[in-house]
Design a protein around this ligand. Structure first.
Ligand SMILES: [Fe+2]
Ligand SMILES: [Fe+2]
Length: 350
């Protein structure tokens, strides 16, 4: 089974070689003991998000710049991996020698990954992308094993039911499915980040902008810098000019190839009271429901918190013209819209 993306440069080849090398050890050591494999490997999987989040945090402090939502995304990834561990520890208890392996692996891997992240961040994200592809393959094998022998299909641990909102009678197979979906999401996020680090800076920001506008440049800059948090599970962030793997995933889920982020908050970017903002947004929500447009709650957040967050909607399958029309109806200065590339653009309406 080969679900890896094809390596395109030396950095990709290095990342894939390390992944295959470690995979060989995991296969030899654990063979088909997938529960144990999950416990030991999840203790490693939860490291990169924390290292990456920490390093971006420190970098932003030194350079006094926005993290464009990446710290939260990476820390969420680390937490999500820790929840995988907390779940599988209920299913398989590590043997004493596995605990020693966990200890040694953490000591080595934390330091290795930290140095890799500082000097070769693109390779670091690509490596995690490949690790996560391997995790999807392993969880698929685990799923097949449990499906073939249903005595293994024990009740889902309570912690998993709570975390993923599973049904009361959920089983191990249900857990493996949601964990595998998480791993796929991590793969997309990390490969996407590696891809975007490949691009020169001027390609990461949108160049489409009308030559004249009545909106002042400070406002335009703040719309561009905003982090558009999409409250899907897990949360992801849309940034103007960056390709968003979370959005690609939603396109696939809803069978669409475009989307818009809209709010009815603060018409003309004039600060409006909470009551009016909420009422306007309810109206917008009603329109979306009447038009049967699928949407996910979102929030536009200014990175330096100069403005309170604006409750918004990510609307799937919305054409550019429909999005503009609706934005104008609610007197918005601008909307965010993405085509099939999932690279979001800021669209000015005045
Ligand atoms: Fe995991
Ligand atoms: Fe993972």
């Amino acid at each position: 089974m080969n679900q890896h993306r094809t390596p395109e440069n030396i950095s990709d080849h290095v990342a894939l070689t390390i992944t295959k090398f470690l995979r060989f050890f995991a296969d030899t050591f654990f063979a088909k003991r997938y529960g144990h494999r999950a416990v030991v490997l999840e203790t490693v999987a939860a490291v990169p998000g924390m290292v990456g989040g920490m390093w971006i945090h420190l970098t932003c402090l030194r350079k006094m710049q926005s993290d464009r939502g990446w710290i939260k995304i990476l820390l969420d990834e680390a937490e999500n991996e820790r929840m995988h561990l907390m779940t599988f520890i209920e299913i398989a208890q590590p043997k004493w020698y596995e605990r020693w392996i966990i200890l040694a692996a953490q000591a080595i891997f934390w330091n290795f990954y930290f140095l890799l992240y500082v000097f070769f961040p693109r390779t670091a994200h690509r490596l995690v992308g490949y690790f996560e592809n391997e995790a999807v393959i392993s969880y698929t094998a685990y799923y097949d094993q449990v499906s073939a022998d249903l005595t293994l299909n024990v009740d889902a641990p309570q912690i998993a039911k709570d975390y993923w909102n599973l049904a009361d009678d959920a089983k191990l197979l249900d857990v493996i499915k949601v964990v595998r979906a998480d791993e796929q999401n991590h793969a997309d996020v990390n490969h996407g980040r590696a891809d975007s680090l490949d691009k020169p800076d001027d390609q990461r920001t949108t160049k489409k902008e009308p030559s004249f506008t009545k909106i002042n440049s400070v406002n335009i800059q703040s719309y561009k810098d905003a982090n558009y948090h999409i409250y899907d599970k897990p949360l992801f962030v849309i940034n103007i000019g960056s390709e968003c793997s979370g959005l690609h995933k939603l396109y696939e889920r809803y069978g669409v190839n475009e989307a818009a982020v809209l709010t009815a908050y603060n018409p003309m970017s004039q600060e409006t009271n909470d009551h009016d903002n909420k009422q306007n947004n309810q109206q917008l929500e009603l329109i979306l429901k009447n038009k049967k447009l699928p949407f996910i709650h979102a929030e536009g957040i200014c990175p330096d918190n100069k403005w309170p967050g604006e409750e918004s909607f990510l609307i799937l399958g919305m054409t550019l013209n429909a999005a503009k029309e609706l934005g104008k109806k609610f007197n918005q200065n601008a909307i965010v819209w993405s085509d099939q590339s999932a690279i979001s653009q800021l669209i000015l309406l005045r």
